[in-house]
Design a protein around this ligand. Structure first.
Ligand code: FES
Ligand SMILES: [Fe+2]
Length: 351
């Protein structure tokens, strides 16, 4: 978590796009983990992901066309199916032979779950189809229910600095100064939060939120909160009331090793949120833009490669995060199971 660049973890599912942005027969393209990726949805509704480069002469496939079954390259009209295999080379004449099974643009495992399209990036050396786990899933809501809102921002910094911003309690009073979220006066209070290890990460111990806070009252009289962080960069915040639930998902995807796509979504059982979606989206965007603005300032400083520091306890979560990343890399290198390095601990800080 020092410089401009960060190590990108492989062997994980990363969020590509919200499913609602892909119509049947539609395609889009984006850079993920510094690779060009084409995402599409067939006429049958199924999503797929291909490496967005024609293996013939290198033109990105997204310049071509998609008929809901196959992609046709814009240069010489070679056709590729949704598994990335070439199915037609129009310049061939009778009697000419070519082993089509050897011509592939490359495909990634791709699934749609809870309204999100996820793409799996295999470890180096692993079969591209090697995904064993399924993508992250938010609790309390069914597999076919998409989020109420989705906000995407591009952060001009590595996935490490972006993730750290998610788990940094000490910036909130100084960066998020809108009247929507916190009074302009920068008051900080001492907090005590218990943390424990969770699968591939850590979580704040399940706790009941203070009954005095008005916002939580809309969910019921007894509201339980669960906040967890997991590799590669997933935060799930669950507020579980006796009347209603709200679950937030933050999913970060490296675009390159120094630029990150920040996706924020949430699901709720509150029926009146639907008509207020544009307002909720605008509020989320305003809040996240404050984090982004700080990231822009930070990038300016990082250009000079300063030596940075992390302090206890306000930065302890960032330390855990780097230990988790290191353990992921080392356990894969050494071919052994991942052992979560986080120990349960209570952190104290002012925020
Ligand atoms: S470059 Fe794609 S068909 Fe030739
Ligand atoms: Fe923030």
């Amino acid at each position: 978590m020092q410089g401009l660049k960060a190590e990108i973890l492989r062997g994980f599912w990363y969020m590509a796009v919200p499913g609602a942005e892909l119509k049947p027969g539609g395609m889009t393209h984006l850079r993920m983990l510094d690779e060009p990726v084409l995402i599409g949805r067939g006429k049958d509704g199924k999503v797929f992901a291909l490496r967005d480069i024609c293996p013939h002469r290198g033109v990105p496939l997204h310049y071509g066309s998609f008929d809901g079954e196959a992609i046709t390259c814009s240069y010489h009209a070679w056709r590729f199916n949704r598994e990335g295999a070439c199915v037609e080379v129009p310049s061939m004449v009778d009697g000419q032979r070519i082993d089509m099974s050897k011509i592939r643009c490359g495909a990634y495992p791709c699934v749609e779950q809870q309204g999100i399209v996820w793409v799996y990036f295999a470890h180096g050396g692993e079969e591209p189809s090697g995904a064993t786990e399924t993508p992250p899933k938010v609790p309390l809501f069914p597999e076919d229910q998409g989020p109420e809102t989705h906000v995407k921002l591009i952060f001009p910094c590595s996935i490490d600095h972006t993730t750290y911003g998610l788990m940094d309690p000490a910036h909130v009073a100084y960066v998020h100064t809108s009247r929507w979220f916190r009074a302009k006066t920068r008051t900080v209070k001492e907090k005590t939060k218990a943390f424990e290890p969770s699968p591939l990460g850590f979580k704040m111990a399940t706790h009941q939120v203070p009954e005095s806070q008005t916002f939580y009252k809309i969910l019921g009289s007894k509201v339980i909160a669960d906040i967890s962080y997991a590799l590669p960069a997933i935060r799930i915040e669950e507020l579980h009331g006796d009347r209603h639930n709200v679950v937030g998902l933050t999913a970060l995807t490296p675009i390159t090793d120094e630029e990150t796509a920040f996706h924020q979504m949430f699901w709720t059982t509150l029926p009146w949120v639907k008509p207020l979606r544009p307002l909720v989206r605008a509020m989320s965007r305003k809040f996240l833009n404050q984090d982004r603005d700080i990231a822009v300032q930070q990038r300016e400083g990082l250009q000079d490669e300063p030596k940075l520091m992390l302090i206890n306890d306000a930065n302890t979560q960032a330390r855990w995060w780097m230990h988790l990343k290191d353990e992921w890399v080392n356990s894969n290198k050494e071919g052994r199971p991942f052992v979560n390095p986080v120990q349960a601990k209570t952190l104290r800080f002012k925020s």
